[in-house]
Design a protein around this ligand. Structure first.
Ligand SMILES: Cc1cc2nc3c(=O)[nH]c(=O)nc-3n(C[C@H](O)[C@H](O)[C@H](O)COP(=O)(O)O)c2cc1C
Length: 434
């Protein structure tokens, strides 16, 4: 039986992804972009749809009120702004989509619209924007705000924000640029419009002053887990990022829910690609997972607990790590992720230490094996889910890239489950190939 064909994305950050690695990218070498330019080339060789850069705006100290563990393990910081990196990566590639994260809480909408329009031109139509509302109180403090709005209020702002940026991107009609030397007209002023946007949170006169970009607007991407988040994604996003929570049945239900909601907003659900963040581990032929050293286990545990403290806005140092996940924790951040953790505590007696230990994603699914075995697992999952794709994440960050590109992807290609070449030119065209 033919397999469901699916898309591939790669999840990373503009930080020290190779730390602690094999000694080659230990220092600040990542910061000049060289490392990620090579990464984009490799992913394009394997015909990935896109690479996505997550981003946050803090040095993490939510865990125990100290920056020590964050900085020691290069978990949340240092992290550079991924937006200027996209054109650099575009320069060495021709088709792969390039998504950077930017927050609707902190970027003024006019600046963001202009920036992504510029980047879409610089990448010749391959820019994507991962829309996030941000969940770290420290980030609010970095911008002089007393505190973040509630999650629901942040989505209210984000809804209006996207309405505004869309209007700004459309303030230049297609064909506004005429560059006619005979008539002496560079831009046809009748095709450039003020928007006079007046909302509850934002006002903008418009038009944008940048040239309409190849895609008109970046490919819109979002990860909505809550009710509000799912609606926001279904209404606005073209790439929706999901988690593996609830196993394959949960993934299938999530995709169906997003597609149903998209249809409710009058969209073609096939224009929305649901991509699941999927950590994979590729092992050598006949090999088994190398035993982690105690130091590696400890570093992974510290990394996970620092990440969770920050994104859930919970100081996990205040809780007993060896009792089942306490039911009285409340999160300022990703509430649905916390609910899944509590459920594991309630139903399986899972402790916080087990939760944050190496190799245990919140889904509890372990996708490891030889390239062929991992390919089989992914295809089996996707046949059940029904379509769209995986946002791959090499466990241990980018060390596994050669195994993914030269092992996993060719196995998937041989089975006809992923593309063997690009047909479209812009990122949006590539996404809509199937
Ligand atoms: C794959 C994935 C990537 C994400 N990347 C970021 C990010 O870079 N920055 C950020 O602040 N939030 C990020 N988030 C969090 C989401 O924006 C969102 O807040 C989260 O999925 C919870 O959904 P909710 O806000 O609807 O509860 C990410 C989530 C997922 C699943």
């Amino acid at each position: 039986m033919a397999h469901v064909k699916f898309h591939l994305g790669y999840f990373t950050k503009f930080g020290a992804t190779a730390w602690p690695g094999d000694g080659k990218e230990f220092g600040s070498e990542w910061a000049d972009g060289t490392y990620h330019i090579e990464l984009a080339k490799m992913l394009e060789r394997a015909k990935f749809d896109f690479v996505l850069f997550e981003d946050t705006l803090i040095v993490g100290d939510r865990y125990g009120g100290s920056m020590e563990l964050d900085l020691k393990n290069a978990t949340l910081a240092p992290k550079n702004d991924p937006i200027p990196l996209l054109p650099l990566m575009a320069h060495g590639t021709s088709h792969i989509g390039l998504i950077a994260t930017a927050s609707t809480t902190f970027y003024p909408p006019y600046l963001l619209a202009r920036l992504f329009s510029t980047v879409d031109s610089l990448t010749r139509g391959r820019a994507g924007w991962n829309m996030v509302t941000s969940s770290e109180q420290n980030a609010a403090a970095n911008f002089g705000l007393e505190k973040l709005l509630s999650p629901a209020e942040r989505y209210d702002v984000a809804e209006e924000y996207v309405e505004l940026t869309n209007q700004l991107w459309d303030s230049w009609e297609e064909g506004a640029l005429v560059a006619n030397t005979e008539t002496g007209v560079y831009v046809d002023h009748t095709k450039v419009h003020k928007i006079d946007f007046v909302g509850e949170h934002f006002r903008s006169r418009g038009p944008l002053n940048s040239l309409r970009s190849p895609q008109g607007r970046p490919v819109m991407c979002q990860a909505g887990a809550s009710e509000r988040g799912r609606d926001f994604s279904a209404k606005n996003a073209e790439v929706v990022l999901g988690l593996m929570t609830g196993g394959v049945a949960g993934m299938k239900a999530y995709r169906e829910d997003i597609r149903r909601r998209a249809e409710g907003f009058g969209r073609n659900p096939d224009d929305v690609k649901v991509m699941f963040l999927t950590p994979v581990t590729i092992l050598p032929e006949g090999g088994k997972k190398p035993e982690m050293t105690e130091a590696q286990k400890q570093a992974a545990f510290e990394h996970n607990i620092v990440m969770a403290s920050s994104s859930l806005d919970v100081d996990f140092s205040l809780y007993d790590l060896d009792s089942p996940v306490p039911q009285d924790i409340t999160a300022g951040g990703h509430t649905s992720a916390l609910e899944h953790m509590k459920k594991a505590g309630r139903e399986h007696g899972t402790t916080l230490r087990q939760m944050f230990s190496a190799g245990k994603g919140s889904s509890g699914m372990d996708i490891s094996g030889t390239a062929e075995e991992v390919a089989d697992k992914l295809m089996e999952m996707m046949d059940e889910i029904g379509g769209d794709g995986f946002l791959l994440e090499g466990v241990g960050f980018n060390h596994q890239l050669p195994d993914l590109v030269d092992g996993l992807v060719p196995a998937l290609q041989r089975a006809g489950a992923v593309r063997t070449d690009y047909e479209g030119t812009t990122f949006r065209e590539v996404l809509r190939e199937f």
